[in-house]
Design a protein around this ligand. Structure first.
Ligand code: FMN
Length: 195
């Protein structure tokens, strides 16, 4: 008999490894937009693609997200940890010009009112599909209506090269990290166990 792995119960937790570091941008006025950092988010549907983000009800951005009905999701690379952290620790109430402070250039989206962060290598234009309220937060489900990828991170076949995209990853023990080594091919490697 194999020996069972000894475990300790640590209670309800958010220790889900890894999480993305998402920079969410929303229009806040005729010529203004705010950026906030979100780690509690991910793809929740494929056709059409939908990304869910959990946003605290009391954040400066929240009423704008609700009023605009759209937002952009911008993926920072591992060099952009400082601005990503700034956007997640300083509220728009204190700095309504976060993009300028971070040295980010906001450019218009093609479909939605929220701008995109030019310096981030990957951007999604999302139109809110549904909102679900929890006790302290709102899950915004955004249908991805357009995706923008920096040419520099694509190979000749137009596919994203992970090492070139180099997305900034968030870990629940409060660390920013890079993506690690290639292991094997999904939807393929497991077949060796098929009988
Ligand atoms: C790495 C990181 C991840 C975060 N993830 C979330 C999140 O998933 N949901 C959330 O509501 N706030 C999250 N925050 C906190 C908000 O980004 C932060 O409160 C921000 O200042 C809100 O911006 P605003 O007040 O300008 O809207 C995160 C912050 C950091 C640094």
């Amino acid at each position: 008999m194999p020996e069972l792995v000894k475990k300790k119960q640590i209670g309800p937790s958010t220790a889900l490894y890894p999480m993305p570091t998402l920079l969410v941008a929303v229009k806040t006025g005729d010529d203004s937009a705010n950026i906030l950092t979100i780690a509690w988010g991910g793809i929740i549907a494929g056709r059409p693609p939908i990304i869910g983000i959990a946003v605290g009800k009391n954040h400066y951005s929240t009423p704008f997200l609700q009023a605009e009905g759209n937002f952009s999701i911008n993926i920072p690379n591992s060099q952009q940890d400082v601005p990503a952290d700034y956007c997640g620790t300083i509220s728009g109430t204190r700095d309504p010009e976060k993009a300028t402070t971070c040295g980010f250039t906001l450019v218009p989206s093609t479909i939605i009112s929220a701008p995109l962060i030019s310096e981030c290598p990957l951007n999604f234009e999302c139109r809110t599909y549904r909102e679900v309220e929890f006790s302290g937060s709102i899950l915004f489900m955004g249908e991805v209506v357009e995706t923008h990828v920096a040419e520099a991170v694509l190979n000749e076949d137009g596919r994203i090269v992970t090492e070139k995209l180099d997305p900034l990853v968030f870990l629940p023990n409060r660390e920013y990290r890079k993506i690690g080594d290639f292991i094997s091919k999904p939807f393929s490697v497991g077949r060796q166990l098929a009988r």
